[in-house]
Design a protein around this ligand. Structure first.
Ligand SMILES: [Zn+2]
Length: 332
């Protein structure tokens, strides 16, 4: 008996028959110049049935590395070798990209705080609603790509939402991807990953290194990580391949952010990726002439995995200065 035939898979203007790759665009809004605003998508539709995996990025407009990761995957994957479907959506917030901003300029929203979107809401909410319906709700597994600027290690976050089973499966996929894995210790409302986890969909958030740049290590290890996930899911033949990134810890940890209470230019007291002990200084905030404004101490033992400063090497009250990976006792 012949294997069952995989259906045509269509999103927006893109339509791929079984064993084909197609590109297209998904209309998400109309601008005030009456022109349609679209996001680029590609569909790698396998020759055999299997899960639908979505890789999306660019929700924050300055995080562009997913563009190159998705381009490579589209070029390199042979659809006939694939079981299931890979959907590539590397730039899902076009306005934030055009403004070189993390945020959507029209409504000053972080689009990663408005999911699953709302019909009558501002542009970020309405676009999120289209992305939810056309991309998220049609995927079985979601790889939600983000970036930190250096100093940062490559790591993968699994969110706090959803039940224990979806978290277990997500951690398994995150480990297979190949970066050190951290669980989120708090849930922000309205994240894309949180929505997917709440739907019971395994979801991982790799944090690549460098916003605004095409970092070769992030691209190479990102492509390798996705291939590892596809092999793990039985969509590609073969077993996982180790990815070459620093691994300051092998066990799953939890991470928390450490914020400034004052403000100033930020000088790092420890190496990113290094272990710290409780009350050890991790960063110092200084004014223009070097006067110490605040010394930021490690709240507990752990490893600093990033200094996730959003813009310049400086922080104001409440800004995140460091991410600390620690053992909470809740890890699997
Ligand atoms: Zn991001």
């Amino acid at each position: 008996m012949d294997a069952p035939v995989q259906d045509v898979f269509s999103i927006g203007t893109g339509s791929a028959a079984a064993g084909e790759t197609a590109i297209g665009v998904l209309p998400v809004a109309v601008g005030m110049d009456a022109r349609e605003v679209v996001i680029p998508i590609a569909i790698v539709n396998g020759g055999r049935p299997g899960p639908v995996v979505l890789i999306e990025g660019g929700l924050h407009g300055i995080e562009i590395v997913t563009v190159e990761i998705c381009r490579r995957l589209k070029e390199e994957l042979i659809p006939a070798d694939l079981a299931g479907t890979l959907v590539l959506a590397p730039q899902i917030n076009p306005w934030a990209f055009l403004a070189s901003s993390r945020f959507t300029p029209q409504d000053a929203q972080d689009m990663n705080r408005v999911f699953p979107g709302a019909a009558g809401g501002s542009v970020s909410h309405q676009v999120a609603r289209v992305i939810t319906r056309e991309l998220l709700d049609r995927a079985d597994i979601v790889i939600d790509c983000h970036s930190c600027n250096p100093p940062s290690i490559h790591f993968t976050i699994v969110g706090d939402e959803g039940g224990t089973e979806v978290r277990r499966r997500s951690v398994e996929i995150a480990e297979v991807f190949g970066y050190p894995v951290v669980l989120a210790n708090t849930a922000y409302s309205g994240t894309l990953s949180g929505y997917c986890l709440e739907q019971g969909k395994p979801t991982i958030t790799p944090e690549f290194v460098f916003s605004r740049r095409f970092d070769p290590v992030s691209i190479d290890t990102g492509v390798a990580g996705v291939r590892n996930v596809l092999r793990h899911l039985g969509m590609l033949a073969g077993g996982p391949v180790a990815v070459d990134v620093p691994r300051p810890f092998d066990e799953v940890r939890t991470y928390r952010s450490i914020g400034a209470t004052k403000g100033g230019f930020c000088f790092f007291d420890v190496e990113c990726g290094g272990a710290v002990t409780k009350d050890e200084p991790i960063a110092t905030l200084r004014d223009v002439w070097g006067t110490e404004m605040e010394r930021i101490l490690a709240p507990q033992d752990g490893v600093i995995i990033a200094f996730p400063l959003q813009g310049n090497q400086a922080a104001g009250t409440g800004d995140k200065v460091a991410y600390l990976a620690y053992r909470s006792g809740n890890e699997p």
